[in-house]
Design a protein around this ligand. Sequence first.
Ligand code: ATP
Ligand code: MG
Length: 425
Amino acid sequence: MSKSIKVVRGMHDIVPQQSPTWQHLEGCVRQVVQGYGYDEIRMPIVEKTALFVRTIGEVTDIVTKEMYTFEDRNGDSLTLRPEGTASCVRAGIENGLLYNQIQRLWYSGPMFRHERPQKGRYRQFHQTGVEVYGLGGPDIDAELIMMTARLWKLLGLERLELQINTLGAPVARAAHREKLIEYLEQHRDVLDEESVLRLEKNPLRILDSKNLAMQAMIEGAPQLLDYLDEESSQHFDSLKALLDGAGIEYRVNPRLVRGLDYYQKTVFEWVTTDLGAQGTVCAGGRYDGLVEKLGGKATPAIGFAMGMERLVALIEDRGLAVPGLAPHAYLVLVGDSAVAQGLLLAEQLRNALPRLRLRTHCGGGSFKNQMKKADKSGAQRVLILGEDEIAQQQVTVKHLRDGPPQASLSVDALVEYLKEQLLSH
Ligand code: ATP
Ligand code: MG
């Protein structure tokens, strides 16, 4: 026997038992984004490597060590997308969607990062992202947060904490950065190896460190909030007022920075303590400079991305109800003549009842064996077509879980029965 080939480390199949949760989550996401009038955009999974280097930032974790980069046959350097924002901006500029326009967009799909796999951290994972272009005020920041809050409510995910912060305008960040580097230099002895590397290139990220030995030093570091420019400060105050008005609770976390370079002003994360260390289920922020940096006209922009695996894990951990996708009915076919008639009967039922989930038995086998398969399918009803039924132009219907007693029905009566019993809600 030859050795089996296994899935790539850090990548996962989503098997049929998990699909109902995924479909439920995706359905709720769709309902919410559409409820706010957002349009879907779909970008390729592969982009030119330069796109991510230029947008995410040369010294970020993603670009320095997490990208799946390979050479195309013509020598181009290509990368499996590690996130969606860069592609979305590229696509927006390239398709003329951003010039003097407002766009409210969303997308969903797999992302790839070569990280150390652990719970909630994978090498292929899925994000749903929302990006808005052409709106610079705090009203849209608030709308995005309200949108996510509505989604949690729809999913029944209570107890998520909203953390917000502002990174200020680039000038304010620069002034703070200078002071911060000065401070960190003075405390070089407590910095871990990674932080020493980040010291010059991305000092803000050091404040985000989870290293307990550095916490006291981090507590005393100069805070960006103290260096804020007037405009960013007002923007942040207005956002807070809008959230207060909407009854959305939040915590200002002055140390909230994002792992990507392009953010300024508002940043936010939705966090849970229920998933262990990987507690951020949704993260976003404003990136007003990015469109211009990629060759477009200066355009304000804000967006967020949700980690779908983490949301699925939360839904599962909390045992939230998810609509089942098992067939409503399983059609058992007894005897050779029943096969062709059965396939036609199934088509007739599907024609009459477009929402019906009907699985037809294929592959023959004894009645007992077919009944076992019907039960295993999770169906509510079994429909039986055998010689007697064919002779009488009827179908036998039986419940498999609970329901009315066995009955023999004409096709028309069966349609009514299924509609009433299984499709009325
Ligand atoms: P983290 O701090 O957890 O590494 P990040 O700042 O790298 O997150 P973003 O790039 O902002 O994350 O991605 C948005 C969301 O996508 C995260 O909040 C998380 O829910 C999810 N996510 C990010 N990386 C992974 C991964 N490797 N596996 C699963 N989900 C992920
Ligand atoms: Mg990360």
